[in-house]
Design a protein around this ligand. Structure first.
Ligand SMILES: Cc1cc2nc3c(=O)[nH]c(=O)nc-3n(C[C@H](O)[C@H](O)[C@H](O)COP(=O)(O)OP(=O)(O)OC[C@H]3O[C@@H](n4cnc5c(N)ncnc54)[C@H](O)[C@@H]3O)c2cc1C
Length: 289
């Protein structure tokens, strides 16, 4: 899995499946169920820390579900409002491709995901966001594969919050319907460039990372709490607290998942000792213990 994750750590999965479409995915899930094989759906692995022993079971990549389309009539479920148009994007579509597609159709409103690496599936699962905005605020409904059935769920039927979406175990996000607004192509271009430039200056940590490792506790910034402990540059094996952005734990060379886990535990302990705050990982930790 080190080949499929941005942290570049993690042992092998027993099986790596890339289904072609939803019928293929349903067949695969049925087979996994009859063989009693556990599985995990992934996007591009930008928010995944896979343990060194790898994943017992199957990893399912949704990368072929990358269709993006304009939807003028999203059907009876969502109330179609004036001056709004919808875009449906498959779980495997890259965030920036969705923003670019919208831009070509004179639409905008989700430019803040331009620089968030990964896919629509990962962004929805994580309620990815930036600058105080989360992608689910701009989502009308999700197409989920739940208990073997494909159905659209309005966001009003689902609970979500900061970097969090409540799903049932075994749910797979197949697509999302985004609510957009008219926006001049040029304005979106400026928004994308501003975002990418800001990220280049603030997030250019020079080593593989998964972005922010910890969630921001309510009303606080995780990086500030970590900085207050003087942890920039702290290393465990090849894992290091970035000296550019202290909420980025980076692979400074030859790191193992165990290095990251023990560095993460050290950061959490120090922050708790210094400020009484318990940090929670934003990165998803998966794999055999
Ligand atoms: C340099 C850098 C900067 C970053 N900046 C930001 C930022 O500003 N804001 C932010 O929110 N994040 C940021 N991230 C983190 C990461 O980009 C996001 O969490 C992104 O949404 C992950 O997408 P992914 O496709 O790689 O998902 P993955 O990492 O592959 O998966 C993430 C989670 O979603 C689940 N999942 C993925 N696809 C599906 C699906 N179709 N159905 C069900 N579950 C699924 C996985 O099982 C996993 O639990 C950054 C990461 C990096 C490396």
């Amino acid at each position: 899995m080190s080949l499929h994750t941005s942290l570049k750590v993690g042992g092998p999965a027993d099986l790596y499946a890339v289904p072609e479409d939803s019928a293929d995915l349903q067949d695969l899930l049925e087979w996994l169920r009859t063989e009693n094989i556990p599985w995990l759906a992934v996007g591009r692995g930008y928010n995944l820390l896979v343990r060194d022993k790898g994943i017992r079971g199957a990893v399912i990549s949704l990368e072929r579900f990358d269709r993006i389309e304009l939807v003028n009539d999203p059907g009876p479920q969502p109330a179609l409002e004036d001056e709004r148009t919808y875009i449906r994007a498959g779980a495997g579509a890259e965030n920036l491709s969705v923003v670019r597609f919208a831009q070509r159709h004179g639409l905008g409103g989700i430019g803040f995901i331009s620089g968030i690496p990964g896919t629509v599936g990962g962004a929805i699962r994580m309620n990815a966001g930036a600058y105080g905005k989360g992608i689910l605020e701009h989502t009308e409904c999700l197409t989920l594969l739940r208990n073997g059935c494909v159905r659209d769920y309005c966001m009003s039927e689902l609970a979500y919050g900061y970097r969090h979406l409540e799903l049932e175990a075994g749910d797979i996000v197949l697509a999302a319907l985004f609510r957009l607004e008219p926006r001049a192509e040029h304005d979106t271009e400026q928004e994308i460039r501003r975002d990418l430039e800001l990220r280049r200056s603030k997030h250019n940590v020079g080593f593989p990372s998964a972005g922010s490792f910890f969630k921001n506790p309510p009303g606080q910034a995780a990086w500030r709490l970590i900085d207050a402990c003087g942890l920039r540059g702290t290393r465990v094996g090849g894992a290091m607290v970035s000296d550019v952005h202290s909420n980025f734990l980076v692979n400074a060379g030859g790191a193992t998942a165990a290095d990251f886990l023990s560095l993460s535990a050290r950061v959490k302990n120090e922050v708790f000792r210094t400020s009484g705050v318990t940090l929670e990982e934003e990165v998803r930790i998966v794999g055999a213990e």
